[in-house]
Ligand binder design. Structure first.
Ligand SMILES: [Zn+2]
Length: 407
């Protein structure tokens, strides 16, 4: 039976915790190399429970698909949630993930300390920025979560090898944190590069795993929502269903901001010059500390901002041109949903502009290409399955009459 083994080390400069998924004789899977999370500049005592690593590696364990022994204590709530998460992922992706029996060394009840503050995940992007300011500045009054710190992770958007870029990114965010009077903590981890997990499925759990490392100082962590409640996409690694299940007894994970689209979030942020200067949304450009200005995410963010009346935000250096919209690469249905959301938001707000016409044309071209691709796939399937010209002709006739059941 594979085992998860943990280690903790802390000194004045850092706290480093690691975990190994040990492969024993007879186990049929590829073990991970040691997975570590390092909290920079903080000496934190050894954790009472190892909930964070369990969540961060749960999808890896579900790929192993057998019993797993956990050589450490897990909180009762985390164990319940890990079972529920397995139910979710085994239904979403049955070919990839199977339920596993978790056997912790001990299951403990930990009393939550509601007096402790909250830490907010932050990468420089729109979602974390929105949640940080919404709660950090108390916009919800008594309902605001008591955010007293933010966490930026090195090893996710910025590869571990790019130390200088990460330092520059932290420096870029400095004025914002000075303005709001909240400190920024940094963690480093090889989770993304070494845990052999699908990033699109596991990024929320990996981020939660890093937030959990602060469990003795904070009572919970915020993950800013990716998609709004009325436009959810599954399976996806961060959403209102699974993020809340990444909580343990004494450390809650809050999925925040799903009542807002990305454009609506920027509507709330657009008047703060420091925010507009700090925003860093790009992960495709050559310099991870800045926005390349031309990739899908950068162009989409420029469109989000145009929709709320910001035409030349200082977070982008190059000039925006209309042909960027025509060339935008829509490689995932989520990108299409996001662009359509910008288009619909702008139409609802009565915007009349050339960029909106070009965006409408780009979306129509995407839909047309998808229809052509589906038609081609259907025709290929029909030819392969029937091997009869007469039947293919009948299929084509039905298709063009719009009577085929798959249309
Ligand atoms: Zn970019």
């Amino acid at each position: 039976m594979p085992r998860l083994i943990f280690e903790h080390h802390s000194d004045a400069l850092r706290t480093r915790r690691s975990c190994v998924l040990e492969r024993l004789p007879g186990d049929h899977f590829t073990a991970t190399e040691p997975i570590w999370i390092e909290v920079v500049g903080l000496s934190i005592s050894e954790p009472v429970v190892w909930d964070g690593f369990l969540f961060a590696l749960l999808l890896r364990l579900m790929q192993v698909g057998t019993k797993v022994r956990i050589d450490g204590a897990i909180s009762r709530q985390a164990l319940r949630n890990a079972i529920e998460l397995q139910d979710v992922w085994s239904l979403w992706c049955p070919d990839r993930y199977r339920r596993v029996a978790l056997e912790p060394a001990s299951v403990v009840d930990v009393c939550p300390d509601s007096g402790k503050p909250i830490i907010c995940a932050f990468s420089g992007g729109v979602d974390g920025m929105f949640s940080l300011l919404r709660h950090g500045l108390g916009s919800l009054g008594e309902a605001s979560l008591r955010v007293r710190s933010a966490l930026m992770v090195h090893g996710f958007d910025v590869p571990l090898s790019q130390t200088r870029s990460f330092d520059l990114l932290v420096r870029r965010c400095g004025p914002l944190f000075s303005q709001i009077g909240i400190p920024l903590h940094v963690a480093r981890t090889n989770l993304r590069s070494s845990s052999r997990q699908h990033w699109g499925h596991s990024f929320g759990a990996q981020l939660a795993g890093c937030l959990h490392q602060f469990g003795s100082v904070f009572s919970g962590g915020i993950i800013g929502s990716s998609e709004p409640y009325d436009d959810q996409f599954f399976p996806w690694g961060s959403n209102p269903i699974t993020d809340r299940l990444l909580s343990g007894d004494d450390f809650d994970i809050f999925h925040d901001g799903a009542g807002f689209s990305r454009t609506s979030k920027l509507e709330c942020l657009k008047d703060d010059e420091t925010v507009l200067r700090t925003l860093k949304v790009c992960w495709a450009g050559p310099h991870p500390e800045e926005n390349c200005g031309i990739c899908e995410k950068c162009v989409r963010t420029r469109l989000n901002l145009l929709a709320v009346g910001v035409s030349n935000p200082p977070c982008f250096s190059g000039t925006f041109t209309l042909d960027m919209i025509g060339k935008i690469c829509i490689s995932h249905p989520l990108h299409y949903n996001e662009l359509l959301s910008i288009f619909n938001y702008s139409c609802r707000h009565g915007i009349k502009a050339q960029w909106l016409d070009v965006l409408g044309a780009r979306l129509a071209r995407y839909r047309r290409n998808i229809r052509i691709r589906r038609f081609g796939a259907g025709l290929r399937r029909c030819v392969e399955e029937t091997n009869s010209i007469r039947r293919v002709r009948r299929w084509l006739k039905r298709k063009f009459q719009g009577l085929h059941p798959s249309t």
